[in-house]
Design a protein around this ligand. Sequence first.
Ligand code: ADP
Length: 816
Amino acid sequence: MPEKFKQGMPDPEEDESPEINIPEELPLLAVRDIVVFPNMILPLFVGRESSVLAIEAALAQDRLIFLVTQRDPDIDDPEPADIYQVGTVCLIMRMLKLPDGRLKILVQGLTKALIKSFLQEKPFMRATQEQITEQIMEEISIEAEALMRNAREMTEKILSLKGILSPEMSSILESIDEPGRLANLIASNLHLKIEEAQEILEQREPIHRLIRINDYLRRELEVSTMQAKIQSEAKEEIDRSQREYFLREQLRAIKKELGDFEERPDEIEEYQQKITKARMPRGVEEEAVRQLTRLEQMHPDAAEATMVRTYLDWLVEVPWSRNTRDKLELKEAKTVLDADHYDLEKVKDRILEYLSVRKLNKKMKGPILCFVGPPGVGKTSLGRSIARAMGRKFTRISLGGIRDEAEIRGHRRTYIGALPGRIIQGLKNAGVNNPVFMMDEIDKIGQDFRGDPAAALLEVLDPEQNFAFSDHYLNVPFDLSKVMFILTANLVDPIPSALLDRMEIIRLAGYTEEEKLEIAKKFLLPRQLQENGLNPTELTITPNSLRELISHYTQEAGLRNLEREIGSLCRKVARRIAEAEKGPFTISRGNLHRYLGPPRYLPEAEQEKDEIGVATGLAWTEFGGELLFVEASLMKGKGQLTLTGHLGEVMKESAQAALSYARARSQLFNLSEDFYEKLDVHLHVPAGAIPKDGPSAGVTMATALISTLTQIPVRKDVAMTGEITLRGKVLPIGGLKEKALAALRARIKQIIIPEANRKDLTEIPKHIKRRLKFILVQNMDEVLQVALTRLPTREETKKSSSRARSTTRPIASRPS
Ligand code: ADP
């Protein structure tokens, strides 16, 4: 409309159409869909051949052409009956030939005219015309004035509703004060239907024309108002969301001004930076960016947005490319290991070998170290030392009690509160992708759901696959191949065998009292003093009191409790110093109980004398070696065997075997052949709340049983371990060093062990062998010869069968 309106605008300076002599005969052009008014200037496209010819004819003459509108715009080849009677004579102001053969002309309406007659129809129409002169009103009546004002106002309103009212237009409307011309101007711009426009054109009376125009204007105004309303409603809808956006932006600005930090666009920007900084592998970065784009499109408070944020936080914090440089100086490594640990020479040697191989071959895919031993023997601290020696970070997770694969591999993100598995968590804590990664309690894993967590662990540990470990939560592969894994366990047996295959077991059995004393003096005490802010001059703990602490306040293979007790002493002294008491303080054997109360443990052997029916066995548990007492008693009865003390299946079978052995040897021990028929035997293993199982208590049970049967006491300073067959053969056991240490702790002087364990004696340090006599036996008879205070008397033995005697060998006490 504005285009057309402008084009349709008469020159306001020029009141009248140009004074041109209009001939009576003119070429006539049928116009399809517009009614041309006088004073109107407008472009027309002309394509029909007849029309082109008409224009050419006009141009050849005086550029005048008679434009008359077709009644039906769809007629291509109109005849005289198809066009209206009244049209407008126009001046062709300009003509342009378009490349497609059409013409573009610019015409100006000069005057209304009536067709008088057609002179020709083909090849173009030619007609005679008669001008219709406008009535010029001499004086503008009030009615005309009112109509004109109305028309102007409504036109302006319509234009402004359409948003196209300009001051220029207002002034044109204002400048025309002749009703007929005003009506023409408005009509030509009103988008009237052809018939309506033609009706206006044909209306000779200017006032009537204005009245019609006012009608049309009113209708148009209503339509325009309605249109504007509809539009504004639709726009309101759009506006509301925009408004919210603006308000939020304002809020953000206000918060920023107040220092309340809560950001959105910054958040995205920050993540972007973090992603770049994390130097992720390509695939991972793509995923991160994809998630970030999702986040950007979400409402910041949506639950889903929180999930995406948590995920991104993980992605950017996992150490994809951060690492430390390995120090592989062996001398230095040895210094570090020695500085942190007393003794453990073999273990240290093995670690140094391991590091040497790594130095030679960086891509080594060797076995994974697994430290096995009771709590407190230094597994963790060795791990830390290795990390320190290599210049790596150290991180540690515990696998104890893990039942679910997801603990290792993470939960899928579809779960609420899903997190990555412990491997990725451990790495995040380490902050680098090549830490020394310790996994504790590998022997406690998957005891409920065997298989699954172990299988996931295999994937973690296997150098063939762990370069692309996939955590369910991250859902992108992580390269674990640079991590140095170290495992720890208390016992070897429960470790799933598939894992065991890939490990190199390094055993730490525990320490003797002397070793503990040395460690306490050199490591634990200085560390505890420092941790409790004490100066070494302020507190002295005498060696004797340390010894007392070791033997009567703790009873363990490792050093945990000892360190705790030393820590407790330090704290108590620190408090006294803080309370302004004058030091220095000395803790001696005499005043130890004042700090820690009465002794907690009596070494077990000390509480026994040589007794009938009680034998001391040695067991191997996850806490190291332990003493195991077996009591036997006899009652009149019918040969029943009762077992108590929370025994497992294997121990029950051992008891049966012991009884059968006793029966087989009844002659040797001077027992009536049917002794068991009149007796009930009760075997009991005290400390009954602790479940006990394992095959190495056979000899102990048999010894206790024979002791009651023969009424000969068992030596209190002898402990034993070994399984027996029905014929009394003694079979080998595990955990020799642990058991030896337990025996030493209990002041036992000799232990009876199976001959088949002779090879394990090489593992036992000399200082242990010096204080503990190892007696190697092949059968039960030999056990009894050592364990009982005396053998059955000569007379007694004489009575026994020669066959039985021949299997009895002399006492085999071979200290090694
Ligand atoms: P684990 O991991 O085997 O349960 P830790 O490594 O926690 O045992 O050891 C317990 C404490 O005993 C630690 O403070 C550790 O430094 C100390 N410790 C253990 N063995 C030695 C040793 N051979 N020399 C010095 N300190 C030791």
